[in-house]
Design a protein around this ligand. Structure first.
Ligand code: AMP
Length: 174
C-alpha cells in the first residue's frame, strides 16, 4: 500500500464544522483494515528501537493511534484529555482557539523526569493543541522524543514551532 492509497481513503468534508474549513475525515480510512494497519505499521517502523517509554495521545482522535502504537512499541499509553475528564490531580494548560480558549490536562503523576515520550494526534493544523500538549509534558519533567501525526496541513507551517522541541513525523501532507 502506498501513501497515495491512504490519502485516497481520507474523506474531505467541505465547510465542516464551519464555512471555509476542509475537514479531513479519517473514519473512512481507519475502517479499512489494511489501511489502518498500514498507518500503524508506518508509525511503528519510525519509532521502533528509539527507546520510547510512553506514547502520549491527545483526546480524542489521537487515542485511536496512540494506544495501538504503545502496544507495538511495548510502552505505556498516557492520555491528555479535555478539561474536567481526568479523575486524579492534574496539570492544566490553556491554549488559544480562533475564538476564545480551550484547556487540556494530564495527570500530575502520569510521567516522570527522564521519561521519553512521543506525542501523537490525528492531524496537525495550527499546532496550538500540540504545543499545549508539549507544554504539559515539559511540566512533568519528561522528555519529548517526537511528535507524530497521520495528517499535516503544510500551508500553516506549524511544524516549524514544534521542531523547536522535537522532530515531527507526518504520514500524509496536504
Ligand atoms: P490545531 O491545534 O490547529 O493544530 O488543530 C489540531 C486539532 O484539531 C486536531 O486534534 C484535529 O483533530 C483538529 N483539526 C483541525 N483542523 C482540522 C481539519 N481540517 N480536519 C480535521 N481535523 C482538524
Amino acid at each position: 500500500m502506498t501513501i497515495e492509497n491512504i490519502k485516497n481513503a481520507i474523506r474531505n468534508i467541505p465547510d465542516y464544522p464551519k464555512k471555509g474549513i476542509q475537514f479531513k475525515d479519517i473514519t473512512t480510512a481507519i475502517k479499512q483494515p489494511e489501511t489502518f494497519k498500514e498507518i500503524i505499521d508506518l508509525f511503528v517502523k519510525h519509532y521502533q528501537g528509539k527507546q520510547i517509554d510512553y506514547v502520549v495521545g491527545i483526546e480524542s482522535r489521537g487515542f485511536i493511534f496512540a494506544s495501538v502504537l504503545a502496544y507495538h512499541l511495548n510502552c505505556g499509553f498516557v492520555p491528555i484529555r479535555k478539561s474536567g475528564k481526568l479523575p486524579a490531580d492534574v496539570i492544566a494548560q490553556e491554549y488559544q482557539l480562533e475564538y476564545g480558549t480551550d484547556k487540556i490536562e494530564i495527570h500530575t503523576d502520569a510521567l516522570n523526569k527522564g521519561d521519553r515520550v512521543v506525542i501523537i494526534d490525528d492531524l496537525l493544523a495550527t499546532g496550538g493543541t500540540t504545543l499545549a500538549a508539549a507544554e504539559l509534558v515539559n511540566k512533568t519533567g519528561a522528555t519529548i522524543s517526537g511528535f507524530a501525526f497521520m495528517i499535516e496541513l503544510k500551508d500553516i507551517n506549524a511544524r516549524k514551532k514544534l521542531e523547536k522541541y522535537a522532530p515531527v513525523l507526518s504520514l500524509i501532507e496536504y
